[in-house]
Design a protein around this ligand. Structure first.
Ligand code: NAD
Length: 515
């Protein structure tokens, strides 16, 4: 059984959201202001259900104001030298590092993440990403120049696109804001970001840090509004040149429709259902620890989380038994209490959604452990016990659909061919892992598993230098790494005539004869 931590009722020392955002929860042209939609949203601490902040949501007029600010800032920012943009991002990394504890507390409060996760993963990852793009800003590359026609010199300019409209989800609000904003501004674009309504706090703190770093007003704007209203208005806005969306595949399809109708460049980072394939020569102990960490990170609300463990028959029974035992040792508790491993889900709605999927699964599968909220002190929060499900069919809901909670389903397989086929048998293709000590087996898995990332003998780690993005219904385009510049820049072919003659040879194809 889980050992419940203690939920502390007093929130006052956690993060003073009401004081920090007394001026409103929209950051437009370098300052906070209130939204004008006429509707409010309440940020709730999912660990207790207590109110954290009630703010006025952005409406269409606020999105328009943010886009106007971003448009006005674009020529100056695009015209800054790479060195100037790099210096600004180095200053931003320093501001973020100075304020790391405040970011960690705000993120933990609004998401329910244990402080050890925000302190050791979300916040340092964001600072590292900022430092990476500070360097990468000076290395934007185009093709070398040349005389390809004989009569001309051609070269390629790599240019920013303009105003980028970005939309982010609630699972990693700070990191998603950083992944959207950093490559875009490093390349000279300006940004209007809409975070998820549930979790605006750290995107607003990030924009404040941008201002403190001396990045000009309007380069980064935050509109905190509802998806169907502010989000769709941003995607369809005629002055927005690109839509960069991270969220569910269902909403991504809708966003793609609106963006396509206005001929925008599109970058989609969508859902995942990562397979975790354990071959019979794997280190069982490593695979069990990897599965529990990979499935439960961020309470399973991670688009790359391990969700489907396929275990070759000789290891299957032992894997199920040991994974269940390790899951039962994970300590649920107050996200701010030392010793808490796992916090609540982001909201009671999300917890109930996860619980409903598991309850439906009881009709066709076996819940090995978990499958219910914890009792006791944690009852008021959006908690759910780590859950292992076995004996589900490959075409069942728990195997095919994104659950986005602390739920791992485990299935046996016999041959290597079957393991790889089952791993590929969902619409998604974001991330996957394979576990083996045989280099040929592992290498085959990296080639044949259809996913944007394949780990061998690990599951989850990400690094700023390497791209993150999906295959199949998990979307297209890359976050992080120098590859993300392919999304946030456009190429221009420049062609100089070298002949200086008035009547060029090719003109005869339009008028006259060969001279
Ligand atoms: P979601 O799709 O419900 O919402 C994402 C964002 O879209 C939010 O800001 C929301 O307000 C906005 N939105 C909703 N409807 C909209 C509309 N009609 N037009 C424009 N914007 C709209 O996703 P979520 O529940 O916030 O996040 C969880 C999902 O995000 C999961 O599916 C997860 O896999 C995915 N995700 C993917 C990645 C990745 O890198 N591929 C990373 C993190 C999360």
């Amino acid at each position: 059984m889980q050992k419940p931590g203690t939920a502390t009722p007093d929130r006052s020392d956690r993060f003073p959201a009401r004081d920090r955002f007394a001026q409103g929860a929209q950051h437009i042209a370098g300052r906070l202001r209130h939204g004008t939609s006429g509707r409010t949203h309440t940020v709730v601490d999912p660990a207790t259900g207590d109110e954290v902040l009630t703010y006025e949501l952005a409406g269409a007029a606020d999105v328009d104001a943010a886009v106007t600010a971003a448009r006005a800032a674009f020529p100056g920012w695009a015209g800054a030298t790479p060195g100037e943009r790099s210096d600004a991002l180095h200053r931003l990394a320093a501001v973020l590092a100075d304020r790391a504890e405040e970011f960690a507390r705000a993120e933990s409060l609004q998401c329910g993440k244990p402080l050890k996760l925000t302190r050791e993963f979300d916040v340092p990852g964001t600072i590292d990403n900022t430092a990476f793009f500070a360097g990468a800003a000076r290395h934007l590359q185009g093709q070398s120049a040349g005389e390809y026609s004989g009569d001309h010199t051609s070269y390629v300019r790599r240019e920013p696109i303009g105003v980028v409209g970005s939309i982010a989800p609630w699972n990693y609000p700070l990191q998603m804001a950083a992944w959207k904003i950093l490559p875009a501004i490093a390349a000279g674009n300006t940004v209007v970001l809409k975070p998820a309504e549930l979790t605006p706090l750290t995107s607003l703190l990030f924009a404040e840090a941008v201002t403190l770093a001396g990045i000009p007003d309007g380069v980064v704007n935050i509109v905190t509004g509802a998806g169907g209203e502010a989000g769709e208005h941003l995607v369809g806005h005629p002055d927005v040149a690109m839509t960069s969306f991270t969220g569910s595949t269902a909403v991504g399809k809708r966003v793609a429709g609106i963006a396509t109708a206005t001929v925008k460049r599109l970058h989609l980072e969508l859902g995942g259902k990562a397979p975790f394939v354990v071959f019979d020569d794997a280190d069982l102990e490593a695979a069990v620890h990897g599965a529990v960490a990979g499935a439960l990170i961020n309470t399973g609300q991670d688009c790359t989380a391990a969700t489907r463990a396929y275990v070759q028959r000789p290891l299957y029974e032992a894997f199920v038994e040991r994974t269940a035992a390790l899951m039962e040792s994970v300590r649920l508790g107050d996200p701010f209490a030392p010793g808490t491993d796992l916090g609540p889900l982001v909201s009671h709605t999300q917890r109930d959604r996860v619980a409903a999927v598991v309850d439906r699964a009881r009709a066709y599968a076996r819940v090995v452990t978990g499958g219910e909220p914890p009792e006791g002190d944690l009852k008021a929060g959006a908690y759910y016990r780590p859950t292992l499900i076995a004996d589900a069919a490959q075409d069942s809901e728990v195997v095919q659909s994104e659950i986005f909670g602390p739920v791992l389903v485990v299935l046996p397989f016999d041959t290597d061919d079957e393991g790889i086929r089952l791993a590929n048998d969902t619409p998604y293709g974001l991330a996957a892992s394979a576990w083996s000590r045989d280099v040929y087996r592992a290498n085959r898995a990296t080639r044949e598993i259809q996913a944007g990332c394949v780990w061998i003998n690990d599951h989850i780690p990400i690094i700023s230098e390497m791209p993150h993005g999906g295959h199949k219904a998990s979307g297209f385009g890359k976050d992080m790494s120098a590859y993300s510049f392919e999304e946030y820049t456009q190429l221009k072919h420049v062609m100089f005539d070298n002949t200086a003659v008035a009547r060029k040879d090719w003109h005869r194809t339009v008028f006259g004869d060969r001279p």
